[in-house]
Design a protein around this ligand. Sequence first.
Ligand SMILES: Nc1ncnc2c1ncn2[C@@H]1O[C@H](COP(=O)(O)OP(=O)(O)O)[C@@H](O)[C@H]1O
Ligand SMILES: O=P(O)(O)OC[C@H]1O[C@](O)(COP(=O)(O)O)[C@@H](O)[C@@H]1O
Length: 302
Amino acid sequence: MIYTVTFNPALDYITDVPDFREGEINRSCGEKILSGGKGINVSIVLKNLGLESTALGFIAGFTGDEIERGVRSFGCNTDFIKLNSGLSRINLKIRSKHETAVNGGGPLIPREKIDELFSQLSGLSDGDILVLAGSIPPSLPADTYETILERLQEKKIRIVVDATGQLLLNVLKFRPFLIKPNREELEELSGRVLKGEKEIILACKDLQALGACNILVSLGGDGAILVSETGGVYQSAAPRGKVVNTVGAGDSMVAGFLAGYLRNKSLPEAFRTGIAAGSASAFSENLATGKEVSALLKTMKG
Ligand SMILES: Nc1ncnc2c1ncn2[C@@H]1O[C@H](COP(=O)(O)OP(=O)(O)O)[C@@H](O)[C@H]1O
Ligand SMILES: O=P(O)(O)OC[C@H]1O[C@](O)(COP(=O)(O)O)[C@@H](O)[C@@H]1O
């Protein structure tokens, strides 16, 4: 079974403001609200690709209820822990000449609710896949993912971590099967500006030395690079298309990679499916559907 954990789910409020001006009253010409947060998006795209998962994490207040309703409307299984106070965040995404995001901090998660999550996760068994994705509310320590993985290390669970900075660095020693930094995140992790693919690959090798198995570096419209645990390096441009909404493209890529890998345990196939899923989401208003991913895959070589 696949489990995704989103500590800090969100309603993504996506608004179109063609000529956004800071410091002025702007009028939008289109809005929509989607359930989001990294693990949740992974669960939705997995479902669209025909794979069951259970979305775990913390939700609070009316925004939390709406997040849960939204995820379930895709047919996903959820087992969220409800907080007794606070509100799940609303993340603002302004689509203008550029995309601007304001992601909220999220509610306070009390100790007993974290313990509830630990006890849910203690039910995982050998062969399960655990996706830890997204930020944690600022009230939680940066070793939160580490604490989870420490408790699970006796089990043969494949771990996927899509997080940034210290949250990610702290868990590399648990040998995550997959991490997916984008270029900026990889630069932050390696503490240097990375010019060109050679430097990106070297930075990935440094992370492998710390424990990461497969590192999928997403490069937005420039595609992606996979530095694999078997030593192979794969690189691909992104398919061409009209970009409509890149929110969730990275999460879709993680879901696509997993779905592609689970088909034949082939890393090249995982890589291609990851890129196709990321780009299919970028080319669509909503997260990629199975049909959209298959259609893009057919246009890709290899
Ligand atoms: N402008 C784009 N054109 C085509 N594909 C894109 C575009 N932006 C994102 N993608 C696809 O989605 C993947 C993940 O996007 P990226 O923006 O790098 O992730 P993140 O959202 O995590 O920063 C890319 O590797 C690519 O396959
Ligand atoms: O937990 P974080 O890092 O604040 O990110 C949450 C945001 O990222 C998203 O999961 C989208 O992520 P990607 O565009 O990287 O795939 C949104 O749904 C959500 O608003």
